[in-house]
Structures are given as C-alpha cells and as structure tokens.
Design a binder for this molecule. Structure first.
Ligand code: PLP
Length: 425
C-alpha cells in the first residue's frame, strides 16, 4: 500500500486483527525499516535483530550487493516464468549452486522454487521419480514446512498439524540424536533399523530427510558421526539422503552448508532456502544430474519459482557468502557467541545447555515448558532485542543474528539478552 504518512503502531495492529487471518501468529513489532542487524519500528524504536526474519538475513537486512542487484534487475524485467522465457539469473543461480554443492557427483543441477516447504516437496518428488519407491523417512524434532506433505514430515503437533489431517501417506519417523535429552547416535541408528523391521520395508523407501542442525526442533546439531552412519545405512538399502539446509545453509554455521562440518557424508539432494534469496523468496533442490533429470519435463516448476528478482539477489548472496573472509568471520562470530552464551549460562539459573554449530546457536532451558523462553523473548523485546524461541517444548532460545553484525551491535544485543534473562527469572 502506498501511504504518504506512516500509520501508527496501533492502527496497523488493529487492521492486522481485522483483515489478516488469525492462523498466522504475529508479534507486536510493526516494522518501518531495517538495515544490517537492526530493525526500526513505526514509532522510531530501534531493535537489534537476533531473529533475521527466521534465519533469512545471514547477509543482513538490505545487504548492499543484494539491493543493487535487485535494482538492476527491476530495470530489466520482473516476472517471466522460467517455463515461458528462459532468463540468465535463474541459470546463474543454478550454476553457482552446482559449484557450491556438497552433494555426491560432479554434474550438479537444480530446480528453483518459492519456499523451503515447496523445495522439500520437490526433493521428495525427485527422489520418488529417481528410485521408483514411495516411502519417506523423517526424524523426531524435524521441521520441513507447512504444506500437506511437509507438515506430515514435520514433528510437532501444535500448531503445525493439529486439525489438519488426514496426513500424506508413506511418511515414517525415526528417532533423531539429541544427546542433551539422552538420545545418542547409537540409539538413533538402532531406532532407524527398528523402523525397517516394524514399519516399512527399506526397499520401498525413496529417501530420508534430515536437517544437519535441527532448526525449529531446537537447534540440535547432529553428533559428528551420525550423518555418515545414516548415509551408510541409506547406501546399503538404495535410499537417497536429502540434506534439508533451509535454515542451516548459506553460511549460517560458518560453512556454506552445515553438512560440510561432517566427514564421510555426501548427500544425494540438497534443499536450500531462506537466506539464499537475501530477503526475497527463493528455495532450491540441488543434486546430481541423473537424479534431477529423472522427472519428465513439466513435472517440476511453478509460475513464480526462481523469480528473476529473487535469483538476482541469490547470485549476490552466494557470491558474497562463498568468500573465505565471509565464512571465517561467521565462524569467529560463532566462537564469540558460544563463549558469551556460556558465560550467561554460568550466571543465570535454568539454562541446561548451550549448543549449536558455529553461529547457529541456542540455549535450552532445563525445564520443558515454553513459559520462561516466552518470558525471555518478551523481556528482550521490551528492551529492544528481537529473539525467537524454538524446540518441541518451546523451551529453546535461538540466536540468528546477521553474520555481518558489528562487534558493538553484538555486544549490545548480548547485553540486552542478559538483562532479559534477569528480568524473566
Ligand atoms: N526446512 C527447514 C529446516 C526449515 O527451518 C524451514 C522453515 O523454517 C522449512 C523447511 C520451511 O521453509 P518455508 O517456511 O520457506 O516453507
């Protein structure tokens, strides 16, 4: 909407209540502008942003190369539909994804879509077409999206599944490692073997999907040995390994893809999204040509998938994040965050574990209720810090600052977090 005057916080929230579905959960923040690691609301209040639009701002709000690329693209053309007119930004995004892919095989191809959920749906379609098998295995604490298939694959009833059944068939769930809560890699591998005995014939399984660091499920990094052991089990049974890096990818863990932290594993398909578009909607499935070409022409795609503006932004993001200096700075940010969170955990009661991979980091409260995490997020908001909770029990507070955040902004944000922890005792 074009407005000459910014409407007040209350006016926007009143209209939000009146005109926007209650099925979308929203905070009190009404955004006027955002830059780097900061967001300003319509009353002129500035916030340090440790939420990043749920992990979509690894390069920060309005990253200059992204804004320039979008302006340049906007002057040429906006929508084309890749199925009507081929355009270079789409192809260039796929070329970069091929160059940067952690997947098995040298000849990598991609399909571009609008959201992480849509990309996961497409990964399953591709795996089914390539293997001729129907079943899918997912894990405890997984989050793969909100569409019918992906909410089926997601592992949390409220608010993602309750009332939305019947669910998609041929989706089976195995235990995921969660050392802090007593589930080891051995337990998870045994659990997977049990699924093969009790639930589904492995010969009918097309793929497994795993987040290397479970995101919505509580920022649970897979133990160092687990991805390779899972990949081995998949190989034994001809099952494809799908690496869902919608939240953990694009530098979030200090490497381009979180799976690069793990030895001995090359996924078959990579699913990326969120930060790849630098703030515009884009997601992708990447894998070796033999898999990506298993679908007949027309079987993949969509009207807006790989929109030119999103692709122009993605090229700028991928070119920036792949730079060794960018990733080294992100890794340093991760070390600093860990040290500072551990200090906070020593000073504040109730923090059970600080965990994460690089700057994809969180703390879990020992008590398995959402109350205190919610109080911390609210107290942080009152003090000018945007934070998010996550976890099956809503008792994990996660940090997703821009990887470009300055030292001063980081310290300011951590100071506010410390105050919020004190306030929400
Ligand atoms: N996969 C993972 C690991 C995610 O974290 C998310 C979103 O949080 C999704 C998939 C779904 O992405 P989207 O919300 O873009 O559909």
């Amino acid at each position: 909407m074009q407005t000459t005057e910014q409407r007040s916080h209350e006016q926007v929230l009143d209209d939000r209540k009146r005109f926007v579905s209650g099925g979308v959960s929203t905070p009190r923040l009404v955004v006027a502008s955002a830059d780097g690691a900061r967001v300003t609301d319509v009353d002129g209040r500035e916030f340090i942003d440790f939420a990043g639009g749920i992990g979509c701002q690894n390069t920060g709000h309005r990253f200059a190369p992204v804004v320039d690329a979008i302006h340049h693209q906007a002057d040429l053309y906006l929508h084309q539909c890749f199925m009507v007119g081929v355009y270079e930004p789409y192809v260039e995004t796929c070329r970069l994804l091929a160059e940067l892919s952690p997947c098995a095989g040298t000849d990598q191809k991609s399909i571009l879509v609008n959201s992480g959920a849509e990309a996961n749906e497409n990964a399953v379609k591709i795996a089914r077409a390539a293997t001729g098998r129907p079943a899918v295995i997912v894990f405890d604490n997984a989050f793969h999206g909100r569409t019918l298939l992906t909410m089926t694959m997601t592992s949390k009833v409220h608010p993602y599944k309750a009332g939305f059944g019947p669910f998609a068939p041929e989706v089976y769930r195995a235990p995921a490692p969660y050392p802090y809560r007593g589930v080891s890699s051995d337990d998870a591998i045994e659990g997977m073997k049990k699924v093969f005995k009790s639930e589904v014939d492995p010969q009918t399984v097309a793929c497994v999907l795993l987040e290397p660091v479970q995101g919505e499920g509580g920022f649970v990094p897979m133990p160092p040995d687990f991805p390779a052991r899972l990949a081995e089990l998949c190989r034994e049974h001809g099952i494809l390994y799908v690496d869902d890096e919608v939240q953990s990818g694009v530098g979030r863990t200090g490497k381009m893809w979180a799976i690069e932290h793990y030895n001995g594993v090359e996924p078959d398909l990579l699913v990326s999204g969120k930060s790849i578009g630098g703030g515009l909607p884009l997601a992708a499935v990447t894998g070796r040509a033999e898999l990506m070409d298993a679908v007949e022409p027309g079987g993949l795609g969509g009207t807006f998938g790989g929109n030119p503006l999103s692709c122009a932004a993605a090229v700028a993001v991928l070119e920036a994040v792949r730079e060794p200096e960018f990733l080294e700075a992100a890794a340093r940010l991760g070390e600093r965050l860990r040290t500072r969170l551990e200090e906070l955990a020593a000073r504040h009661t109730g923090i059970g574990e600080v965990r994460g991979l690089g700057p994809m980091i969180a703390f879990e409260l020992a008590e398995r209720t959402p109350d205190r995490a919610k109080a911390i997020v609210d107290a942080a908001f009152e003090r000018g810090l945007l934070l998010l909770a996550c976890g099956l029990y809503g008792n994990v507070v996660r940090l997703l600052p821009a990887l470009t955040i300055s030292d001063d902004e980081l310290e300011d944000g951590l100071g506010l977090l410390s105050d919020a922890l004190t306030a929400a005792r």
